[in-house]
Design a protein around this ligand. Structure first.
Ligand SMILES: *Cc1c(COP(=O)(O)O)cnc(C)c1O
Ligand code: SF4
Length: 441
C-alpha cells in the first residue's frame, strides 16, 4: 500500500464517501474550514467501518463532525462557506479559531529552558528528568485526530515556534543538566520524518558521551495511522537500523505509541510493525485520552490493553481530554473517566495494569484521579500528582470536592472547606513572572 493523504480539498475522491449524503459532505467541508482535517488510505480502507457511519469511532477520530463546533460557531462557519469575499471569509474563520482557546498551549516561556542566557526554542523542560524536543521536520502527522490540542499549529494560526533543528544546543543543555535522564521526541509526529533526518537528531545524543542520558523516547501515532512506516516505507530498513543503533549504544529506546481504539490494534499491518520494532530491542508503551464518541467505554479500554500486551506492548497512560478545540464534544467528566478506568482495570489481568490514569496534563503537573471517596461525611475526589512542576508534590494524595460535572482540574475546588490546595501557593510563586497556562502531554 502506498501512502495517500486526504484533506478538505480531495476527500470527496475517497471511494467510500459515496455512502455520505451531500449534506454530510458539506458539513465536513464547513467544519474543516475551521479545524484541521487529514486522513489517509490506510485509515479509510483498513480502520473505518463505513457501514457504521456516522458513529464509527475512527471516522469520528479523523473526519470533522458538525457537532465539533458549537452551534453559534457552526453558523458562522457556514456563513463563511457561502461568502464569496475571501477576506471576509478568512476573518470569520480566524474569529472562530480564536474563540476555541487555541493556546491552552501558551507553551510559552514557562517551560522553555535556558542554556546560559539563551532560550532553547523547540524544547520544553517541565519535569526534572525529562526534556521534550520538537524536531522541526516532525510537526505534522500521517492523519489528524479531530480532538488534537495541537490543532492550532496544523491550521497555521500558531507558528511552529516550538520546533527546533538545533540538536547541538540540546546536547549542551543535557550536559549542563545531568538530572535529565530522558529525551522525548514529540511533534506532531516525529515518525513522519525520513530516517536520515531522524538520524541527524538521534546520533548526536548517542555520540556525545552523555552518561546521564539513559532513555530516548519517541512519541508517535504512526502505529495507529501508518504502520507501514516501520516495514514497507522505502526507508523502513534504515529506520529500524537506527533503532538498533540506539540500543547498541547502551540507551533504552521507548516508542510512546498513541492508540485510541482497539480497532487500531487488530490489523495485520499493525502486528507486523510491532514485531519489527520489538526486534530492534526497543519497547513500546501506549497511551490515549478517554473521549466521548471514540472510546468512552470500558470494554474498548480493556480490549486495547489486552491486545497491546498480546502484541508485546506495555500500557502506560490514560489521559483526560484537554480544554481546547472541540472539548465540549469529546470531554468525559472526571467521575465517569474514573469509573471507566476502574471497570477496565478490574477486567484485565495484572500484566495489563501497568497503565496509570485517568490523568490530566495540566498547569501544576500530571494529576491522576485515584478515587471517589466519602471522608468525614464529604464526598471527594482523591487525587495525586504523577508528575509535578515541583518533584516534591509527586505521589502525595490530596482531595477535591466531588463534582460529577467537573471535566478539568480548573473545575476542582479543595475539599473540607479548605481555601487552597497544598501546592497552590508554591505554584503561584513559580508562575509569578512566567507566562501562565498549560503544555504538552
Ligand atoms: C507527560 C510529560 C512528560 C513525560 O512524563 P512521564 O511521566 O515520564 O512519561 C514530560 N514532559 C511533559 C511536559 C509531559 O507532559
Ligand atoms: S494527537 Fe498526535 S497524531 Fe493526533 S493529530 Fe495530534 S499530534 Fe497528530
Amino acid at each position: 500500500m502506498h501512502y495517500k493523504s486526504y484533506s478538505s480539498n480531495n476527500f470527496t475522491k475517497i471511494p467510500q464517501i459515496e455512502s455520505l449524503s451531500a449534506g454530510q459532505i458539506r458539513e465536513i467541508e464547513i467544519v474543516s474550514s475551521v479545524l484541521p482535517f487529514k486522513t489517509n488510505n490506510y485509515v479509510t480502507e483498513k480502520l473505518i467501518n463505513w457501514e457504521n457511519l456516522p458513529f464509527d469511532p475512527i471516522f469520528v477520530l479523523t473526519f470533522p463532525q458538525k457537532e465539533m463546533l458549537k452551534p453559534r460557531h457552526y453558523e458562522l462557519a457556514e456563513k463563511a462557506y457561502h461568502t464569496k469575499d475571501l477576506k471576509e471569509k478568512s476573518a470569520i474563520i480566524k474569529q472562530i479559531r480564536m474563540e476555541l482557546n487555541p493556546h491552552p498551549a501558551g507553551q510559552t516561556d514557562l517551560n522553555v529552558p535556558k542554556s546560559g542566557e539563551e532560550k532553547l526554542q523547540g524544547t520544553q523542560h517541565k519535569y526534572r528528568q525529562t526534556v521534550l524536543f520538537f524536531p522541526s521536520q516532525g510537526q505534522t502527522c500521517h492523519a489528524y485526530c479531530t480532538f488534537c490540542f495541537r490543532w492550532p499549529q496544523f491550521t497555521g494560526i500558531s507558528e511552529l515556534k516550538f520546533s527546533s533543528n538545533e540538536v547541538d544546543k540540546l546536547v549542551k543543555y543535557l550536559e549542563e543538566n545531568p538530572q535529565i535522564t530522558d529525551v522525548l521526541f514529540t511533534g506532531g509526529d516525529p515518525m513522519v520524518m525520513r530516517a536520515h533526518i531522524l538520524r541527524k537528531y538521534i546520533e548526536p545524543l548517542l555520540e556525545s558521551n552523555l552518561t546521564s542520558l539513559k532513555n530516548i523516547r519517541i512519541g508517535t501515532k504512526a502505529l495507529g495511522y501508518w504502520p507501514q512506516r516501520f516495514y514497507s516505507d522505502s526507508d523502513a530498513p534504515e529506520l529500524l537500523k537506527l533503532f538498533k543503533q540506539v540500543k547498541k549504544s547502551g540507551k533504552h529506546l521507548a516508542i510512546m505509541a498513541h492508540f485510541n481504539h482497539n480497532v487500531e490494534l487488530e490489523t495485520e499491518e499493525v502486528s507486523q510493525a510491532v514485531k519489527k520494532i520489538l526486534k530492534t530491542g526497543a519497547v513500546i508503551r501506549t497511551q490515549s485520552p478517554i473521549m466521548e464518541h471514540i472510546n468512552n467505554d470500558s470494554g474498548v479500554w480493556s480490549k486495547m490493553w489486552s491486545k497491546q500486551v498480546e502484541l508485546g506492548m506495555i500500557p502506560y497512560y490514560m489521559f483526560i481530554a484537554r480544554n481546547t478545540g472541540a472539548q465540549h464534544y469529546f470531554s468525559v467528566p472526571l467521575s465517569i473517566a474514573f469509573q471507566k478506568y476502574r471497570e477496565a482495570y478490574q477486567s484485565v489481568s495484572g500484566i495489563c495494569r501497568t497503565v496509570r490514569g485517568p490523568s490530566m496534563s495540566c498547569l501544576p503537573g500530571k494529576v491522576q484521579v485515584l478515587g471517589i471517596n466519602e471522608i468525614a461525611g464529604e464526598k471527594v475526589f482523591t487525587l495525586r500528582f504523577i508528575q509535578g512542576r515541583n518533584p516534591d508534590w509527586i505521589g502525595k494524595p490530596f482531595f477535591a470536592k466531588f463534582d460529577p460535572k467537573a471535566i478539568w482540574y480548573t473545575d476542582l475546588v479543595p475539599a473540607f472547606g479548605e481555601e487552597k490546595f497544598f501546592f497552590t501557593d508554591e505554584l503561584n510563586k513559580m508562575l509569578a513572572g512566567g507566562d501562565e497556562e498549560d503544555d504538552f502531554e
